[in-house]
Design a protein. Structure first.
Length: 181
């Protein structure tokens, strides 16, 4: 949801065209600032252990009761990779290592940009957490295609299957910048 009030002074925001007129932006008439309403970044992994992919069954809406990847919102203190590893740990108990970039997913009007990695773990000690209904691994032939929570989960699993079947190497060229002071 886009904000209604200015977070600095509490004035009701107005809408006005952006400089080149193609987007209606929100602005505070008192502070004379523009409120940029941009997508948030969601990060997550498909943990792959012994040729099976670990999915979570969501306990909350959207998509309660349906399957997805472990993932969530990236924090400012994190990199894409560390955020994806943290979300995976929180939702599955797995300590994963990133294997490669699976995909970057967006859509017009979307509130999020989703960055998903293939990951793996030495151990199969996943467990249900308070955040999810169930954690379970699936062979490629048993992916619950009709019970997925999000279009991003469908696309990511399709991309995983595509890469696996063709034995494609996933991109590993991401780089982490120096910490911002
Ligand atoms: Zn203001």
């Amino acid at each position: 949801m886009s904000p209604t009030f200015c977070t600095s002074c509490g004035s009701r925001l107005i809408r006005r065209p952006s400089r080149n007129g193609d987007i209606l932006r929100q602005a505070c008439p008192a502070c004379r600032i523009t409120v940029y309403d941009t997508p948030s970044v969601v990060v997550g992994t498909l943990p792959v252990i012994n040729e099976r992919v670990v999915l979570i069954r969501r306990a909350t809406d959207p998509g309660s009761g349906l399957w997805s990847y472990p993932g969530g919102y990236l924090e400012t203190s994190e990199t894409l990779e560390s955020g994806a590893i943290r979300e995976t740990r929180e939702e599955t108990g797995l300590e994963v290592a990133i294997r490669g970039l699976l995909g970057v997913y967006s859509r017009p009007g979307g509130r999020t940009v989703t960055v998903l990695f293939e990951a793996t773990s030495e151990r199969e000690n996943w467990k249900d957490s308070s955040e999810v209904m169930e954690v379970k691994s699936f062979p490629m032939a048993g992916i619950p295609w009709n019970e997925l929570a999000f279009w991003t989960a469908k696309y990511a699993l399709e991309d995983w299957v595509y890469a696996r079947e063709r034995q494609l190497a996933l991109p590993r060229a991401w780089r982490v910048g120096p910490a911002r002071r």
